[in-house]
Design a protein around this ligand. Structure first.
Ligand code: ATP
Ligand code: MG
Length: 447
């Protein structure tokens, strides 16, 4: 571990060389550049040593740009010109940590850098604490759930986010693979974009040009040059969803890409190196696909350096109440309306097994909220959810009469649903008179 990172922005080659060597000897990671416009190429630096007179910018006027780019950084202005009080004052006003005039003693510089670094470390620590508190209430970042299964997923996300290692996320449909990928990207603080592409949704012959891009005239129809997503996401992350469906020829090309992160648009020879983080996902068992020959073994090994398995919702049912709460509050925000859920409805939701996982839970609650007058009751939930609730009859009332009444109530509700709420029709379905049905509806307080 280094003591921190320092970026030197100075147009004098000598100065860059001397400072770099000196600071590296003192335990810092050092990068250097001669032009201001290059600074966006660096990732999250701690300290920036900034010359005032740069060929393409004035250092003092550019302090805010650096602060935006590296939010935790401290900036130390260095200048060859005699410390004129005005520019020193302006530098400090603009948020610089300190101001040094060349020639300065290297020890003096080190002293200032060490102090600035302490401040940066403190800022980072505070931020970590703040985000840990904010993000652990119901889960982790946007991921809700506190089950031990999900805590282990969060741990893995944390561990993998600090590196650029390729990650494979496995999980059934709707378990949150894409959300997990987004979280990894967010925590990793990569400056580029997060771009998702679904390998199963794009026709085989287009997937390659989507990913790698093409030069004008590379094939008929290529009327202009287009960057591929892998290039578009430079300094960011690419999410390759349903990687198991990537055509086998393209798998070979993907493997070569992963070996050197060099890419070539279709129709050109020029190679470009990119800095992208690949996160792949699959809802199939890739090891099986390898056995059947549908997936290249070498690519599988390359991808499986770090595998995160997201468990299906039915294996972590204790997350359901938190998820329901989360989903309801997001619907409330959307509809600007309050919703509540009866405990019986919640129990049924916990008993159900969710083949479509969290996405299905979203749909069920959304649909039920629309059907409800603000209270989502057991009766409003979709039938297929209720049918897994075998304990229904046992949960309500103790006596036989109570049970019979509840059973009757349920039958009437079902009939009303079938009849689209038309009582006359429901009465026909049930084989009772309209009046008797109306009486029961009142008695059971059915809405
Ligand atoms: N832990 C979670 N907390 C809150 N919302 C979640 C969680 N997991 C998933 N979701 C939500 O559920 C929906 C489905 O998640 P996502 O698209 O990430 O699943 P997926 O595994 O990529 O599914 P598929 O295999 O069908 O593509 C999204 O709306 C997502 O925001
Ligand atoms: Mg997905």
């Amino acid at each position: 571990m280094s003591d921190g990172s320092v970026l030197i922005v100075d147009d004098e080659k000598n100065i860059r060389g001397i400072l770099k060597t000196f600071l590296e000897e003192n335990g810092y990671d050092v990068c250097a550049t001669d032009k201001f416009k290059n600074i966006s190429k660096f990732q999250d630096m701690d300290i920036v040593l900034l010359d005032v007179r740069l060929p393409d910018a004035n250092g003092i006027d550019s302090i805010h740009v650096i602060k935006e780019l590296f939010p935790y950084s401290e900036i130390i202005i260095i200048t060859a010109y005699e410390k004129d009080a005005q520019s020193a004052v302006k530098a400090m006003k603009n948020g610089a940590f300190d101001y040094l005039v060349k020639p300065f003693k290297l020890d003096e510089l080190l002293f200032v850098i060490n102090n600035a670094m302490e401040k940066v470390a403190l800022k980072r620590e505070n931020e970590e604490l703040r985000s840990a508190v904010n993000n652990m209430k119901n889960g982790f970042y946007d991921m809700v759930g506190l089950s031990s299964e999900m805590r282990s997923v969060y741990d893995q996300i944390k561990r993998v986010s600090t590196s650029n290692i390729t990650v494979l996320i496995e999980g059934e449909s709707g378990t949150g693979k894409e959300l997990c990928a987004k979280t990894i990207h967010e925590i990793s603080k990569r400056k580029g974009k997060f771009i998702a592409i679904n390998c199963a949704a794009i026709p085989d012959n287009l997937l390659e040009s989507e990913l790698f891009g093409y030069e004008k005239g590379a094939f008929s129809g290529a009327t202009s040059t287009k960057k591929g997503l892998l290039e578009e996401a430079d300094f960011g992350s690419v999410f390759l969803d349903e990687i198991g469906d990537m055509p086998i020829e393209l798998q070979a090309k993907m493997l070569r890409f992963l070996e050197g992160f060099e890419l070539r648009r279709l129709g050109v020879n020029k190679i470009k190196k990119v800095d992208v983080r690949i996160i792949a996902a699959t809802n199939k068992n890739l090891a099986d696909a390898v056995k059947s020959g549908a997936f290249r073994e070498d690519l599988f090994y390359r991808l499986s350096g770090f595998i995160i398995k997201i468990p299906p919702l039915r294996k972590r049912k204790e997350d359901i109440p938190l998820l329901v709460k989360h989903i309801l509050s997001s619907i409330e925000k959307r509809d600007k309306k309050k919703y509540s859920l009866t405990s019986q409805a919640l129990k049924a939701l916990i008993l159900y097994d969710y083949p479509g996982n969290i996405r299905e839970l979203y749909n069920i609650i959304n649909q039920s909220a629309i059907m409800s007058d603000g209270t989502i009751s057991y009766e409003i939930l979709p039938k297929y959810v209720l049918s897994s609730d075998n304990g229904y009859m046992d949960t309500v009332g103790g006596s036989l009469d109570d049970k019979v009444e509840n059973y009757e109530k349920q039958i009437i509700i079902d009939a009303l649903k079938k009849a689209d709420g038309v009582k006359m029709k429901a009465a026909k379905i049930l084989g009772v008179s309209f009046r008797s049905l109306r009486y029961k509806i009142k008695k059971y307080n059915i809405k």
